[in-house]
Design a protein around this ligand. Sequence first.
Ligand code: MSP
Length: 673
Amino acid sequence: MTEKPTFYITTPIYYPSGRLHIGNSYTTLACDAMARYKRLKGYDVHFLTGTDEHGQKIEKKAAELGMEPQAYVDKMADAIRDLWQLLGISNDQFIRTTDEAHEKAVQGIFQRLLDQGDIYLGEYEGWYSVSDEEYFTETQLSEVFRDESGKVIGGIAPSGHEVELVKEESYFFKLGKYAERLIDYYHSSEDVIIPGFRKNEMINNFIKPGLSDLAVSRTSFSWGVPVKSDPKHVIYVWIDALSNYITALGYPDQENEAFKKYWPADVHMIGKDISRFHMIYWPAILMALDLPLPKHIYAHGWIVMKDGKMSKSKGNVIYPETLIERYGLDAVRYYLLREMSQGNDTVFTPEDFITCINSELANDLGNLLNRTVAMINKYQNGSVKNYFDCVEEDQFEQNLKAFFDKEYSAYLESMEKMAFDQALDHLMAMVSRANKYIDETQPWILAKEADNKKLPVVLFYLAESLRFIGHLLRPFMINTPKEIFRQLGIEDEVSTDLSGLAFGHFPKESQVVSNGVPIFPRLDVEEEQAYILKEMTGKSNQDQSNSSRKLDDPDWDLESLNLDATIEFDDFIKTELKVAQVMDVAPVKGSNKLLRFRLDAGESVDRQILSGIAKYYPDHEALIGRKLIIVSNLKPRKMMGYWSQGMILSAESGKDLHLVFAPDESQNGALIG
Ligand code: MSP
């Protein structure tokens, strides 16, 4: 027997520092679709996922909860495992960076790089963001704060987190040495890096400006893998984390069966934010270890909300459990894999989610199955026979078959490229085509005319189309393909793989179920939208329902009563709000966010306020003369070398931001309150 070809696919390993939302879950879901597809195509698949459990962030989080880090990560890793089970993830292995074998292997990797001179001891000073666990150079910061002399005294990382200046003895990895080889690697085949534009991003943003050596140890915290020969240092989390892809296969034991069989990885699937780590650091480490490089690194985009990133503080996070509980596993898997297009961000909205289920799953797919099963019951007592290639076929059948053949090739091509949205486009095109075939052939007329020759052929073609579609859904959905096969009376189909799939291979005969139930009930758009919004924000339509109540209703205000509000009136009154008129405004050089305002707040001299609203007001000069509301007693603060005395009020609305204007007739300096 010939050995099966292998396919090794990995997800990033997740930080167990919080609950995973639909965004984090996407990477694992995408890998799962690919792993299932490859298994169906006859590959020996190894699908790895896991948790990235070391680092300062985890140490802090555990301390906040009064827990030992190990106890904390044990609990969180279990929750992540449970989530993957709920999402139907078919991983073959789950690695944790606190696994003993992994820790030992990481120490070994570090020591080897140290011994061979790829790592050396030095001193590091840089802008460090605890939340990102990353150092930034001044130019990488999205905002810098300076003192009067212009010296940088702080800043904000691209993630929005504040950075602090940290100086520590550190080991360094000679990253620069691998610059040329990295470029060669990117060009070694057309699709090593997917999508291709990330290649240029890596080259132009990081490699061309010069790769500085990478600090690969920390002394500022202890929750990590210690350097064996110098245990006051712990190994940088990214070296620890990235190594999981090989330690999971038994590395450093290169004779390990799993390692021999599966390395190099076929695909590292990641989110776009961790491209640099996977496309620069990881291949460079592998080069230093003299190991073959991954065949593909695929960075997908993010799932974002209308108002930007998902975040608890914005109240816009949506968890997979919430959606699965109400809409079922397959609807959630389908939607996420359908909506995300290769490499780009996707905006999640409750409307899109519900509309997608209604139109594609309930209407198109669900109705096709329902109508087919109902007609086979009605016209043929539930029996359907294979009439492929029989004399009664005419142009409708030929066209349908040709369409399926064409779309199937396109589906396979998209799957090979991991373009799941496109694969589902092709699949849905087949569903629509089969629905159109019903309209073309009008089986109810054939029945009326008692056409005993053509009618069984048409019903067979419909059943066969559904069998075909059921198979192609298998990488994406868990229960629906089985249910389609069950309703068609061909349960055994579920044990066949995709390699022999061909249109026409329906069993000789089958008996469909006598009462086919809808696979995706239609949802009420408004009701469900409100439900999802409530789950996201904790606010329900009911909460807002007092808007229609009359003021003379004695209880009208009780519904809005918020007893959890935390500040007293005396706290609020400390904030001084004033009307201030814009006398002049200009962008701040070197910042694409800040505008510098000169404002008349009714004081003896104008005051200056800096505000990060430049991108919302490209036409900022139009603001001259307008009256704004400012917080006038905030402690002055320096930004980009300028003093800012106060804050200008604005209202966030979705992706936009609007300044709050005071009425033109209000006096400059008038107190608000
Ligand atoms: N621990 C690192 C990865 C180490 S891999 C050697 C890490 N973990 S993470 O938990 O923060 O993120 C895991 C994955 O979730 C990343 O691929 C990240 O891009 C992805 N996502 C996080 N939020 C996301 C969305 N909103 N949408 C899509 N993917 C998102 O990074």
